[in-house]
Unconditional design. Structure first.
Length: 235
């Protein structure tokens, strides 16, 4: 989608694009999507955001960190959807392109490549959410932290090599991302730092030199491995 969607917008007749596409900018902490007042496809042109749900106990849980070229709002493709059931909030200064449903339907009907790639993106998102659910149920806080710092939004077993690390998240957002309270996260960071597993950079946890760090609970360390047991003790 990184090149396809901007190309579609650029090649859309000017009057049609003016009516159905808009660009909005958001500062850190601003809600980008809350409720369903303007259904359509949202494309992140620049910035980082968090996709949030509210848990049964009233706490926020960050289901995903969204970045450049990521999409959200795909529930607009389902005619029965009334509200998305989540919020999107900017972490950094961000720019978001909104394509309304009428133009989206036109592209789906007339641009096969867009239709196929959008379907592939939806399937990948479903797989990633299932992976996240399994990780949250099976992994301790420390294991989830190490996995996120090393693998980011895609676990290492789904890609041949881990991605370049993104900028570290603020602790409150990181706690929401890995599904724990700030207190549990602080304790896990402190113990992992003492073990030399993670480092603090400007008070935020990260693994700076990926090439020197191979253990990762989701893919590299087998069940029963020494680091896995150490991480469970540290959580």
């Amino acid at each position: 989608m990184r090149n396809l969607l901007p190309g579609l917008i650029a090649n859309t007749e000017q009057g049609l694009a003016d009516r159905h596409v808009c660009l909005r900018r958001y500062g850190p902490g601003r809600l980008v999507l809350d409720g369903y007042d303007r259904p359509g496809l949202f494309y992140i042109q620049h910035g980082r955001m968090e996709l949030l749900i509210t848990t049964a106990d009233g706490n926020e849980r960050c289901m995903r960190i969204l970045a450049e070229s990521d999409l959200f709002g795909l529930e607009c493709l389902h005619a029965g959807a009334t509200v998305p059931g989540y919020q999107v909030r900017a972490i950094t200064y961000s720019s978001v392109v909104h394509v309304d449903v009428e133009l989206l339907d036109l592209w789906l009907a007339t641009v096969p490549e867009f239709r196929h790639r959008l379907a592939a993106r939806i399937a990948a998102d479903i797989a990633r959410l299932e992976q996240e659910r399994e990780k949250t149920v099976a992994f301790s806080v420390a294991e989830r932290l190490v996995c996120y710092l090393r693998c980011g939004e895609t676990c290492a077993h789904l890609s041949p090599a881990p991605p370049e690390p993104a900028g570290p998240l603020p602790m409150a957002i990181l706690a929401r991302r890995i599904g724990c309270s700030p207190a549990y996260l602080s304790r896990a960071v402190r113990k992992l730092a003492q073990q030399g597993v993670v480092q603090r950079v400007n008070h935020l946890p990260r693994i700076d030199r990926m090439e020197n760090f191979s253990p990762c609970p989701c893919s590299v360390v087998p069940e029963g491995g020494e680091l896995r047991h150490a991480l469970r003790r540290s959580a």
